[in-house]
Ligand binder design. Sequence first.
Ligand SMILES: C[S@@+](CC[C@H](N)C(=O)[O-])C[C@H]1O[C@@H](n2cnc3c(N)ncnc32)[C@H](O)[C@@H]1O
Length: 144
Amino acid sequence: MTLADLSDGMLEVAVGKIRAANDPAMRAVKLDLLADPLPAPAPDVIYSAMTLHHIPDTGAILRRFHDALANGGYLCIADLDTEDGSFHGPGVDVHHGFDRAALAAKARAAGFASVAFTTAHVMSKAVDGQSKPFPIFLMVARKA
Ligand SMILES: C[S@@+](CC[C@H](N)C(=O)[O-])C[C@H]1O[C@@H](n2cnc3c(N)ncnc32)[C@H](O)[C@@H]1O
């Protein structure tokens, strides 16, 4: 299992978790998902948690994931449902979550089939001193 991120701080967290799990099958690598070659051999599963909203071109990253996966492999993406921008607050240039139907259409356009959604989690975050719920979907899609 390869854990990938662009941020040194996030990679340190990942390395700490791998050490704590003491699992030799896991590793962490610094990778720009948009630009760097994705690790070989082609994986059976690509999983992304709360990263899609940081990637400006959603269609491009979905196409990259599709190209990188083994045939019959699964893409699993956990991210925010559409929100009003209060998750990150003003001045942060990210997607304000995703509309599930629109994201499914982009996944199909990238070549995925059997695109399905569940609600994986509801994160509570303080916004203006009040706890606010932010639903997080899990999209699972298969490379045909
Ligand atoms: C909200 S954090 C989520 C981190 C982790 N996946 C988790 O669930 O705790 C979003 C992460 O996306 C990473 N990221 C943004 N753009 C990226 C890119 N082009 N390639 C790799 N990682 C990227 C950031 O470095 C950041 O650590």
